[in-house]
Write a protein that binds this ligand. Sequence first.
Ligand code: NDP
Length: 337
Amino acid sequence: MAARPMAMRNGESIPSSTRRWADAGANDIMTFLYKADLERGAEWGRLFAQKAPELPFHLWPYEGDPASVRYLAAWTPPEDIARRFPNLEILFSVGAGIDQFDMSGLPPELAVVRMTEPGIAAGMVQYVTHAVLGLHRDSRHYARQQQQQIWQARRVRPASACRIGVLGLGMLGRAVLQQLHGLGFPCAGWSRSPHQIDGVECHSGCDGLDHFLARSDVLICLLPLTDDTRGILCRALFAQLPRGATLINVGRGGHLVEDDLLAALQDGQLSAAVLDVCNTEPLPAGHPFWRRPDIVITPHVASMTQPDGAVDAVLENLRRHRAGMPLLGLIDRRRGY
Ligand code: NDP
């Protein structure tokens, strides 16, 4: 009988006492492969070495035995993923979304998991709160006044007069609503299935959308990008908002019909927009969004996965996987999120 390959990490064999990950039977080595930003990957590597020294962790490209790769964390996986890694068990997205994955190229039995580490929600809460307060407290207006040395006050509206509506009541939408509710803004949210959140008016499904939009002075998009949500931020939707409403898009660029936003701003149906995501990223030079004083652009920075929390989230899911427990952030392929 052929000897099984020895589990190795950084060229050294792994002592059997710590080989918790190396009991796979057909192939002893259970490699974790990382294929995304290499600087952050190096941090993942250091954290894996501290928190799970027995698990072989490698950065892309991987020169070892592809059959040993059981787990892949990626922003964009290789196109030939199924052929290249025949024993892959879990594909982790390094981000909260998975719309960058071509699901049609993934084996049906492969578990696909999005990133749910708490730093993502913390960053998103900061960004959206800053954006809402900037709109509510006229930050852009006063910045322009300062350039012209104008000292002229606008009336300060109470938070209670500015109704917030969040599209998406998932990990991020709920966190954002909790914070904004605490600041005194009347809050509502919209999702596919019904939810109940203290202090938040919850709407769901197509039937619930009209009423939700009609009462949203600031509309915040925190939906995943799916076949159902692509292009949802369009002329017809804007027309249902109160006149002069504002938009904050922190979901994905594909949610927004860009020409419809320009038209809505032009005719006053919308008064301003904050866009962290765009259809084409980076936003091309000369794009009309750059020049508009009523649009704030940031380069997809609303929130970023923090390596420490990410490695904890991944290791918790590996523990669950090995214990046969449900994975956190597992994607439902039929729903697309
Ligand atoms: P979740 O999967 O936790 O939540 C998604 C929410 O959207 C759920 O409430 C879901 O409804 C709702 N939803 C999905 N499809 C529909 C639909 N067709 N109609 C109505 N509601 C729908 O996602 P997260 O909160 O973790 O993240 C949301 C998105 O934020 C990510 O997919 C990503 O695109 C974006 N993001 C952007 C970042 C940035 O830096 N700009 C950073 C991180 C994420 P239900 O509850 O009923 O299932």
